[in-house]
Design a protein around this ligand. Structure first.
Ligand code: 2DT
Length: 209
């Protein structure tokens, strides 16, 4: 018997909002409930494209703003068929950052329009749910490790935050990430489980088309 497809769940938010920890907690919780789940993270720094992105992020190399933007997008396109295969096999994907980070970060740079930034990701698998972890930039700056990589300045993050808000659609749930980690997790898990149930018999959509 076909049990239906998996859900595409994206977790977004500013740096240090707890995305990576919360993604891991979702995976653990769903595994314990015997659900088929996989964790994905963008950028995926392990591929050839990802290695070039990593070198840019750790400031070992410089690239034209539009060139790096297209590489971030290509890094998602190279995972597209694997993602669709997994979803159709009933695997729920928990994705740490996606095209929304792509558009929000690049459009925070001078001269890059949001619409231009969205266009290379148009046609990727459409997330069924976007969990946006909301945290003020001043609280984020007090959390560990801030300021080591490119983009990790309060001024830049403020622009990114504004761009994220301009990208919100009805699939978005804004989560107050300033609360206790367990409370945040419970909230997120409840949205994820509802979405998994809802999309089982629906086709996977396409993003920004
Ligand atoms: P992590 O700290 O989560 O590894 O992100 N970024 C990310 C972009 O500028 N464009 C993108 O498409 C993506 C997915 C956000 C590393 C940094 O890369 C930024 C922070």
């Amino acid at each position: 018997m076909k049990v239906g497809r998996g859900a595409l769940i994206v977790v977004e938010g500013l740096d240090r909002s707890g995305k990576t920890t919360q993604c891991q907690k979702l995976i653990t919780a769903l595994n314990e409930k015997n659900q088929k789940v996989k964790l994905l993270k963008f950028p995926d720094r392990t591929t050839e494209i990802g290695k070039t992105i990593n070198s840019y992020l750790v400031k070992k190399s410089n690239l034209d703003d539009r060139a790096i933007h297209l590489l971030f997008s290509a890094n998602r396109w190279e995972k597209r068929s694997e993602m669709l295969q997994d979803l159709n096999d009933g695997v729920t994907l928990i994705v740490d950052r996606y095209a929304y980070s792509g558009a929000a970060f690049s459009a925070a740079k001078k001269g890059l329009e949001l619409d231009w930034c969205k266009s290379p990701d148009s046609g990727l698998p459409q997330p069924d749910l976007v969990l946006f972890l909301e945290l003020s930039t001043s609280v984020a700056a007090t959390r560990g490790g801030y300021g080591e990589e490119r983009y990790e300045t309060t001024e830049f993050q403020k622009k990114v935050a504004l761009n994220f808000h301009g990208l919100k659609t009805e699939e978005w749930k804004v989560i107050d990430a300033g609360r206790d980690m367990f409370e945040v997790h419970q909230d997120m898990l409840s949205f994820v489980e509802k979405t998994m149930e809802k999309v089982k018999l629906q086709p996977v959509g396409t993003l920004w088309t």
